[in-house]
Write a protein that binds this ligand. Sequence first.
Ligand code: ATP
Ligand code: MG
Length: 230
Amino acid sequence: EMPKVVGEVTFENVSFSYEKGKEILHNVSFSVKPGESVALVGPTGAGKSTIVSLISRFYNVDSGRILIDGQDISKVTLQSLRSQMGIMLQDSFIFSGTIEDNIRYGKLDATEVEIRRASKTVCAHSFIKGMQDGYRTEVKERGALLSQGQKQLISFARTLLSDPSILVLDEATSSIDVQTEKALQQGLDAMLTGRTSFIIAHRLSTITKCDKIMYINDGGITECGSHDEL
Ligand code: ATP
Ligand code: MG
């Protein structure tokens, strides 16, 4: 079990390969302080998504250790690890049910007031209010009637509601309109506050907002510093 963490995340000489293939990460070490936000950038196939999946323990490392608040994540239950984390992947997870159900997911005791508050904070409220039945609007399988940006805003609201110490976000590359981009950026800012965050960032607006930038290339981190330092 893992008590609520403050969210210090450390990689100690982590090496990793998928199913005995070629090594994707080689001796990667870094440390992120509680509450810090990190943008992961680098070419396609460099290993950015791999790094965040290892933090979420979708895979186990070949060697080295990943520590959260000094505790080896391979030594805690998956459930207690994931309960500390908000994981938002490229393809936002939307199921058929109401928008409200989709936001409440995983936190069944959340009240309507809490759901609206979270939605307002991440700038999802106005588009939801504008839909036919507002929060009671039924979304079809995989959110067929929602835009990419709207799905992401719903996923932001859900994540904020669960109040995780650590955030992992694989930002969608898909082109979104300027309006939605603004809403997403504001929503993201609200979520980052007070949480250790790892964001695979494609948009410059996101990168400049983060405390640190890690450049991933050739199985390792080649640069790490603030936007101004690089
Ligand atoms: P992108 O910017 O395109 O999303 P990325 O930096 O996120 O790239 P990763 O997805 O981490 O890159 O992939 C790193 C390497 O690992 C690539 O060579 C990729 O082919 C390989 N890889 C990724 N996922 C798997 C998998 N599930 N099984 C086997 N190999 C994989
Ligand atoms: Mg990726």
